[in-house]
Design a protein around this ligand. Structure first.
Ligand code: URA
Length: 432
């Protein structure tokens, strides 16, 4: 076999066989096929796509390229959830404690944020002392004992994906449905859970800008999950405005804690409850949505869900008193309002720009090596459909110093109009 023949084959729109995909991925990982040939192949895939079969073959190769987490020693039902990334997305910090309080075991390896989207690990690291580096043995022990762990990646899982993703990042080949589906699912399958819930974000602040694209990606991932005998459900959710009001690491943890105290913003609460309900139904803990929501309400009202977050923070050597004393997070030295230049109803919010503004303040990274400041970020005061007076605050910036670039980006992110717009629902569709 020669890589060049396979590149031409894909360029001409012909499907690659299992053996051919094996040859390409193995060759790329062991260094016998160079970056420039795989770059050409990836570009051909971007134009020609991958069939469902090819997606399964690719996922298999990436999965088999590294270690896999074995959760079989854990008693009970292990679940995992994954979000394709958004702005203000702190759902893991709410959903994981809720479902753990409901009796599921949540064994989750999370990632860091890059660009305009935040990462759960960065948020957790805003808690003083919180350790994300936990050995595999400790991870399993923690999940068994308290039913919840959210950590950084332990084992060397899916090295083929790591290498391919880095190449895609610099060759303009991230945006391919088959490649994204294979990349996400290989990592989820390697992480070991039997039930996988995918939160596929759609809208301005997400990878997938249209519902059609997001639905196709969701269907592809559900097909791959089911192909590996994992119960997989994907929920399409709206990312046309930031989720909740807070964007930035410690600010988002505080908003998640408020939600677990029953005081969270309506959209965040609804999404977290719906995702949790889906996990309870997938695993047959509850059979109907109404029963699931009732159990979730009980666990939040009784404080058991919040207690799970407390236990997880304490287990991972963080200071759990942050739950009652938010001052332990520290505060950004400089806080100032972004004021509206005119009055009107908020028609839309350029969510990606809000994410970029938060990154400019230091809440996120442009490049992997960038350092972040856990205290900085943005609190938006107005959401789609709200009325704002001229001179009223659209948002508060939490910063280290005045930052006119971030301030202008936030102001311009809000589009106003005379008439009130109806909001899109937070959950757009569920693919089971
Ligand atoms: N997230 C991933 O893990 N992989 C992709 O390809 C895109 C988003």
């Amino acid at each position: 076999m020669r890589a060049v023949d396979l590149i031409i084959k894909k360029k001409n729109g012909q499907p690659l066989s299992k053996q051919e995909i094996h040859y390409l991925i193995k060759g790329y990982v062991d260094g016998s096929i160079p970056d420039y040939q795989i770059s050409a192949l990836l570009m051909a895939i971007c134009f020609q796509g991958l069939s469902s079969e090819e997606q399964l073959f690719l996922t298999t190769e990436m999965l088999e390229s590294g270690e896999k987490i074995d959760l079989s020693s854990i008693s009970g039902i292990c679940v995992d959830k994954h979000s394709t990334g958004g702005v203000g997305d702190k759902t893991t910090l709410v959903v994981a404690p809720i479902v753990a309080a409901c009796g599921l075991k949540i064994a989750k390896m999370s990632g860091r944020g890059l660009g305009h989207t935040g990462g759960t690990l960065d948020k957790l690291e805003s808690i003083p002392g919180y350790q994300i580096n936990v050995s595999s043995a400790e991870f399993l022990k923690q999940v068994e004992e308290i039913g919840i762990a959210v950590i950084g990646q332990t084992a060397n899982i899916t090295p083929a994906d790591k290498k391919l993703y880095a190449l895609r990042d610099v060759t303009g080949t991230i945006e391919s449905l088959g490649l994204i589906a294979g990349s996400i699912m290989s990592k989820k399958l390697a992480s070991g859970a039997n039930s996988i819930l995918l939160d596929v974000k759609v809208g301005d602040g997400a990878f997938m800008k249209t519902i059609e694209e997001a639905r196709e990606l969701a269907q592809a991932m559900v097909r791959i999950g089911n192909g590996f005998n994992r119960r997989t459900v994907a929920v399409l959710t709206n990312m046309d405005e930031p989720l909740g009001y807070m964007i930035g690491n410690s600010l988002e943890v505080i908003e998640a804690i408020e939600t677990l105290k029953g005081q969270g913003p309506a959209d965040l609460k609804q999404l977290c409850y719906d995702l949790s309900a889906e996990l309870l139904m997938m695993t047959r803990i509850k059979l109907t949505y109404e029963e699931a929501i009732q159990l979730i309400e009980e666990k939040v009202t009784s404080g058991e869900a919040l207690q799970k977050l407390y236990q997880m923070i304490a287990y991972q050597k963080g200071n759990p008193n942050v739950i009652v004393d938010y001052s332990l997070f520290g505060t950004a030295p400089y806080q100032y309002n972004v004021l509206a230049n005119e009055e009107g109803y908020i028609k839309k919010i350029a969510t990606e720009d809000i994410g970029i503004a938060a990154m400019l303040l230091g809440a996120g990274r442009e490049k992997k090596e960038d350092k972040i400041d856990h205290r900085v970020g943005i609190k938006i005061n107005k959401k789609v459909g709200d009325f704002v007076e001229k001179g009223e605050s659209l948002a508060v910036l939490y910063a280290n110093q005045e930052n006119s670039e971030a301030e202008n980006k936030v102001r311009r992110a809000f589009t106003l109009q005379k008439k009130k717009t109806e909001k899109n629902p937070i959950v757009i569709d569920i693919i089971r």
